[in-house]
Structures are given as C-alpha cells and as structure tokens.
Write a protein that binds this ligand. Structure first.
Ligand SMILES: NC(=O)c1ccc[n+]([C@@H]2O[C@H](COP(=O)([O-])OP(=O)(O)OC[C@H]3O[C@@H](n4cnc5c(N)ncnc54)[C@H](OP(=O)(O)O)[C@@H]3O)[C@@H](O)[C@H]2O)c1
Length: 268
C-alpha cells in the first residue's frame, strides 16, 4: 500500500480532547494521524505532535481541503495555513474532502490545484475522499491515476461499498475505510460479538481486522486509552475465510455520513 494501513481518526475531537487522544495514541504506537481543515483541530493536533516528542519524519500526517477552499485563490493558501497549524513544512497526504460538483466546483480544477500543491512540495502524496466511481474516473482523467494515492470512503461491515471498492482495486488506488466502526453502531452486532468471543477479542478488533484483511487502510478514533491500545492490536487478529464471509453478509446500506448538498450517491 502507498499509505499506512493503520492510523488515528480525529473527527469531532477538539482542543484538549484531541490533544489527549493524539498524545496517547502516539505513546502507544500509532504513527499515522488523519485530520481535516473542517475538523478545526489542526492546531491542537500540531500541538499534540510537538509535545509528544515523536519526530515528524516518523509520522504520516493526512489533512483534507474543505469545500470552502476549492477556489483557485484559496486552495494553496488554505493548505499553507493547515501546515502552519500542524507545525510542519509538508504533510504526507492531502485529500479533497468531498467532491462538490453540486456547489459548481469542477473536478478537473480542484485536482489540478491539488497536483500543484504536490509539485510545490506542500504534500508528499495526494488523494480523494468521498468520490464515487464516476467522480473518481473524472479525477483520474484530470491528473492521471498514478497521482491518486487513495480514496477515503465510508466503509464498515454495514456499508461495504463493494462496487466502488472493486473499481478502486482495478485502478490500483488504495482504499481507506472511514467509520469502520460506523461510529460505534457495529459494536453490538451479534455476528461480530460471536466472532469476537471465539477469538477472545473485542468487536471493534473484529471489524477492524475484517477491513485490514480486505486490504483497506483504517483510521478509527477513540478518546480512551484502552480502546486506542486494543484497536491497534486488531493488526494481530486473523479471521478465517468463513468469518470473513459471515461479516460480508452484514451489508445493509448503513450509510452514516451524507452532508447536503454535495454528498454523492454511492454506487449500487
Ligand atoms: N473523509 C471523510 O469525509 C470522513 C468522514 C468521517 C470520518 N472520517 C475519518 O475517519 C475517522 C473515523 O471515524 P469516526 O471517528 O467518525 O468513527 P469510528 O472510528 O467508526 O468510531 C469512533 C467511535 O467508536 C468508539 N470506539 C472506538 N474504539 C472503540 C472500542 N474499541 N470499543 C468501543 N468503542 C470504541 C469511539 O468512542 P471512544 O472515544 O469512547 O473510544 C467513538 O465514539 C474520523 O475520526 C475521521 O478522521 C473521515
């Protein structure tokens, strides 16, 4: 994979909550962090990294450009602001947070700006988030598939996004699963609970191991030390083919995130 398989999500976490989560995560072994301009926590994430003592070159840092900054005169300067907040000269990965054709933004124009940010050295890799097949194809046509490191999409046992995943695999674009735990909703699932009991694991570990075994990168978030530690250990859990098949059957189009007016439809 071009991007780390396991990272820390920071959506909804601000101020001291995100500082504590990031510092604890770094202390227990996380080395990739996912933030975004719209999370309004980049400065706190930057502070936490600085206070952690982990060297910048040992970290993989991702941010995402928000739709308000897609205009030509805002895009690059907004990323420079993000770098300043994160206390770094360059991030490892920058994503277009949401494609926004409904807001009149053309995919080729944002992709060109993103490529320019890479060429200026403001980000090592670039990618997309929340792009369905048609929009991903437009992104590929705009700048070439070789520049697109990942598509970060909602993907959990309840929303497996298989049609899009198959397309991304064909294109050799890494899949990042966000909300792998469906913000906690999959954790009471009887099938996952049963599989977890067989392995003396947690249900979160089973959901994360299922995603990892499918070849997806994951970025679960947590405010709790014990959850941060146990989630990371999902990398040591191996599910059988039969267990993977049982989880495949949990699909129920369980979409959690769909911001109006720009969220695209997922492919059927
Ligand atoms: N690109 C996008 O548009 C987009 C959209 C949404 C999210 N994301 C990214 O994806 C990341 C993950 O999504 P998310 O944070 O929304 O949801 P998530 O990772 O699916 O779930 C996080 C929730 O699960 C709980 N949790 C985590 N580990 C647990 C465990 N072992 N046992 C029990 N509960 C556990 C956490 O509570 P505790 O704090 O109590 O542990 C938290 O409430 C985000 O933080 C963000 O970085 C990206």
């Amino acid at each position: 994979m071009r991007i780390p398989q396991f990272g820390l999500g920071t959506f909804r976490l601000k101020d001291q909550a995100v500082i504590d989560s990031v510092k604890t995560a770094l202390e227990v072994g996380y080395r990739a962090i996912d933030t975004a301009q719209v999370y309004e926590n980049e400065a706190a994430v930057g502070q936490a990294i600085a206070e952690s003592g982990v060297a910048r070159q040992d970290l993989f840092l991702t941010t995402k450009i928000w739709v308000d900054n897609f205009a030509e005169d805002k895009f690059i300067s907004s990323l420079k602001d993000s770098l300043q907040k994160l206390r770094t000269d360059t991030v490892d990965l920058t994503l277009i947070h949401w494609p926004a054709p409904a807001l009149g933004v053309s995919i080729p124009s944002v992709m060109q700006l993103l490529l320019e940010a890479k060429q200026q050295g403001l980000t090592k890799k670039i990618g997309i988030s929340n792009f369905n097949i048609a929009l991903t194809q437009q992104a590929i046509d705009s700048i070439g598939v070789e520049h697109i490191a990942t598509n970060q999409i909602e993907l959990s046992p309840y929303l497996q996004n298989r049609t899009l995943v198959n397309f991304l695999r064909e294109q050799n674009i890494d899949v990042t699963s966000y909300m792998t735990l469906a913000y906690g909703k999959v954790l009471q699932d009887p099938t996952l609970v049963e599989i977890a009991a067989q392995h003396q694991a947690t249900t979160a570990q089973v959901a994360l191991a299922w995603a990892l075994q499918n070849g997806f990168a994951v970025i679960p978030s947590s405010t709790k030390r014990e959850n941060l530690i146990s989630n990371l250990k999902a990398q040591d859990l191996t599910l059988s083919a039969e267990e993977m098949q049982l989880i495949a059957q949990l699909e129920r189009n369980g979409r959690e995130v769909s911001p109006e007016p720009f969220a695209p439809e997922w492919d059927k």
